[in-house]
Design a protein around this ligand. Structure first.
Ligand code: AMP
Length: 393
């Protein structure tokens, strides 16, 4: 059984093909700069690579190029021979709490959710429509980033705004990175030999975008991202939690428009806003070389995480494990150390030597006596999507 996973952005398609019996990745690739004068397509399989540099005007032709590369690799004879295609969809609103087989009605519902994810859902739909056109007979499944968080109860997902903003405009916490939070929680349950529906965990997905979740009995009961992926932790270019009155204040004293403020909070804030760089590796280097703003950015980044660990410990009562993942969570020894320092009274004690490595597979980095296990688990959102597609077809 072969399952293709597509992650369609506005000018790119990332894809990965799995053998769904063995969970082995057969080939991975990306088509970039779709719609530009020169586009770039690349696939990797084993230690081999194939590339094309030509103009690819739209997602449909992108899939055709992908198909010709896959045929050339001899991994499959045609894209449409796969058993199922999984699509990552960022926003499923309140409508989708599980993956669904895509039909006309599902497409209409995803279209209705565009105001909640104006950058992502249209691009995801572009990929879905092109893929259906290309392979009309292959089952296509939508897997939503928000779905894992559909178990969050109202007292955690409501904002204390006039109730009609929820009823009329859908203003509430939805949460994102759900596929990743779910995947690492399941992996942790297996590793700790705890039934998945009994696991209590705090999951930390720390990448360019970053979010945390409180997982109780295997289900998300709170998460740091909100209506949009702007709330919560400090990120590469996003501010995370701020006093909302800052927006009115800046509009008044600086005369900034809504669009300018949107761009400031989403693209010019976070690590980049504080020290001018959004790449954690480079921020770490800058701090080592004495850059005071980079040091401050790092302190702020871990301090925010620590505050969320504290609040999610309170919300969960019993915590079995803390799980780090994402580019930063899997690799950044200092972020893990600083985020967990001084948390012994919450039962969290890091073993600094065990922490002193990057994760290629599951790492346990707590001291033996630590009541809460601290794990580093490489995320694999594509595999999780493939597994969900498999369960649907
Ligand atoms: P992601 O969005 O999950 O791909 O993560 C991207 C972030 O991970 C960037 O801020 C990178 O600088 C960071 N990152 C990747 N590798 C490392 C590393 N070896 N050490 C520290 N940060 C890393």
């Amino acid at each position: 059984m072969k399952i293709l996973v597509l992650n369609s952005g506005s000018s790119s398609i990332k894809f990965q093909l799995f053998n769904a019996k063995t969970n082995e990745s057969l080939v991975a690739g990306i088509i970039e700069q779709i719609g530009e004068k020169l586009s770039h397509a690349k696939i990797k399989y084993g230690d081999k690579e194939l590339e094309r540099n030509i103009a690819i005007p739209n997602h449909k032709e992108g899939l055709e190029i992908m198909n010709s590369l896959l045929i050339e690799s001899k991994i499959i004879k045609d894209l449409c021979e796969v058993d199922g295609i999984g699509h990552r969809v960022v926003h499923g609103g309140e409508e989708f709490s599980k993956p669904v087989i895509i039909n006309e009605n599902v497409i209409k519902q995803i279209e209705k959710l565009i105001p909640l994810a104006p950058l992502h859902n249209p691009a995801n739909l572009e990929g879905i429509k092109s893929s259906i056109e290309h392979c009309p007979n292959v089952p296509q499944v939508a897997v939503f980033d928000t779905a894992f968080h559909s178990s969050i109860p109202p007292h955690a997902y409501m904002y204390a705004l006039p109730y009609e903003t929820y009823e009329k405009d859908g203003v509430r916490r939805y949460g994102f990175h759900g596929t990743s939070h779910h995947f690492i929680a399941k992996e942790a349950a297996k590793y700790l030999n705890i039934d998945e529906d009994k696991l209590n965990a705090i999951t930390l997905h720390l990448g360019n975008g970053a979010s945390m979740s409180a997982v109780k009995n295997g289900r998300s009961i709170d998460t740091s991202m909100g209506l949009t992926p702007l709330e919560g932790l400090i990120m590469g270019t996003r501010c995370g939690d701020i006093d909302p009155a800052i927006i009115f204040y800046l509009a008044r004293v600086e005369g900034l428009s809504i669009d300018e403020l949107d761009s400031m909070l989403n693209k010019k804030s976070g690590l980049k806003g504080i020290c001018g760089n959004n790449d954690m590796r480079e921020v770490g280097e800058m701090a080592k070389n004495g850059d005071e703003k980079a040091k401050l950015a790092l302190e702020m980044f871990s301090y925010r995480i620590k505050k969320y660990i504290g609040s999610y410990s309170a919300v969960l009562g019993r915590v079995d494990c803390l799980i780090f993942t994402g580019g930063i969570g899997e690799n950044d020894i200092d972020v893990r150390k600083n985020s967990c320092s001084g948390l012994e009274n919450l039962g969290i004690s890091l073993d600094l030597e065990a922490n002193n490595q990057r994760a290629k597979e599951i790492l346990e980095i707590n001291k033996k006596e630590s009541r809460v296990k601290v794990l580093v688990i490489p995320t694999n959102e594509e595999l999780e999507i493939a597994l969900q597609v498999k369960s649907m077809i």
